[in-house]
Design a protein around this ligand. Structure first.
Ligand code: SAH
Length: 373
């Protein structure tokens, strides 16, 4: 902060421009942090709250539009800070525009993807937590990229900030649009625990983006110790667990992480989470033809989740290029779902939106990175 003030003084004196030093990014900083920053600039702390309200409350990304700040302060902020660091690189939209996949370039070169989804009743933003993924689930395109890097809290928050500006104008302007956030994009959110929690804290902060925790879902490959930690730290976000198989041998083949945290340990952590949070858990279960979609599989699944307040979200496999996996026929999907329905508290079949634009579950892989031009 002190360094920043010196930079300002220099450029204010007509010295070198701020451009030879990267400007600090305000997006991702909480209202109290912004108060401190503004205070360090010689301003009253409430100016920090005003800036927070512009950024998080209204989604404004440029200082010039912050009309309740004095013009000289706006100019000073412009010189010292940025609001965001991602650059939109490409986008693909379904013809009805209900699903939009947006690729953002990171400052250090990689490309991540976020997905805006809408139905007649709700909006959902699907955010990435890492660039790449180390867990190598066999059916997932991001898993094929291999380990990348963690995204910072700011980079995670910015995806939601950007997608929010895609909301229909009327609803957004009136601050009325309600939207859900799902950490189901690229990467494993619980491997990037601290940044994800920091980002979600800001998104759910009433002085931030004010998304109620019950509208936020963390989806995990099944990192049992981090699930315990979420529960013990009292976080109220919804938990979704990518299960995909109800016995260890099968699950280990599909998801190597199962060798580290086998089902028994995973289910113990999930039960702990349900007890501590009082929230029901969602299990995601990809349906792969002839692999995990038989009635014997369904029966094993019912036993595994017995007594748990849960929802099972069946995801018919979305193709990610040549390979041995196939999406089951509608009849097989319905047979599996039909077996579960009377036996577990809730079952949904998620026909992913955006399959045709590569925006569906499992299809995110930074394809724009290698696209020509
Ligand atoms: N790493 C987290 C977040 C990714 S969420 C997790 O594993 O939960 C993306 C969801 O889509 C997960 O449930 C994932 O298993 C599922 N998925 C991955 N590849 C898929 C595919 N090809 N078709 C359908 N769902 C897929």
């Amino acid at each position: 902060m002190i360094v920043k003030s010196e930079t300002l003084a220099k450029s204010g004196n007509g010295g070198s421009s701020a451009s030879d030093e990267p400007r600090e990014n305000l997006l991702g900083q909480s209202a109290p942090e912004l108060e401190k920053l503004l205070y360090a600039l010689g301003e009253k702390p409430y100016r920090g709250r005003q800036v927070a309200e512009w950024i998080y409350g209204r989604g404004v990304a440029n200082f010039a539009a912050m009309t309740n700040l004095p013009a000289p302060l706006r100019a000073k902020l412009e010189e010292a800070f940025t609001i965001g660091s991602l650059e939109e690189r490409a986008r693909r939209e379904t013809p009805d525009r209900r699903t939009r996949k947006v690729a953002y370039a990171l400052p250090d070169g990689g490309v991540i993807e976020s997905v805006f989804m809408s139905t007649s009743s709700r909006f959902t933003f699907c955010l990435s937590s890492q660039h790449g993924c180390a867990f190598a689930c066999r059916f997932c395109a991001t898993g094929r990229m291999g380990r990348g890097r963690h995204l910072s809290a700011s980079e995670i928050v910015e995806q939601a900030f950007r997608l929010r500006s895609e909301l229909p104008r009327g609803a957004a302007a009136a601050g009325k649009a309600e939207y859900n956030i799902v950490m189901m994009g690229m990467g494993e959110p619980l491997e990037n625990y601290d940044a994800v929690i920091q980002a979600l804290a800001l998104m759910s902060d009433p002085a931030g983006m004010a998304v109620p925790p019950k509208r936020i879902t963390i989806s995990t490959v099944g990192l049992a110790p981090q699930i315990m930690r979420l529960a013990d730290q009292g976080h109220r976000y919804r938990l979704a667990v990518s299960l995909h198989a109800a016995d260890d041998a099968q699950r280990s083949k599909l998801m190597p992480v199962n060798r580290r945290f086998p089902l028994e340990q995973l289910m113990r952590a999930v039960r702990h989470h349900v007890e501590k949070t009082g929230r029901r858990v969602t299990f995601e279960y990809i349906l792969l033809e002839e692999l995990n979609d038989s009635l014997a599989d369904a029966s094993r699944l019912v036993k595994l989740v017995a007594q748990l307040p849960c929802k099972i979200n069946l995801i018919p496999y979305n193709p990610i290029g040549p390979g041995k996996f196939k999406r089951p026929s509608p009849e097989r999907i319905e047979r599996f779902a039909g077996y579960l329905r009377p036996r577990v508290p809730a079952v949904t079949v998620r026909y992913s939106q955006g399959v045709e634009i590569g925006a569906a579950c499992g299809q995110l892989a930074g394809e724009e990175e290698s696209a020509p031009g």
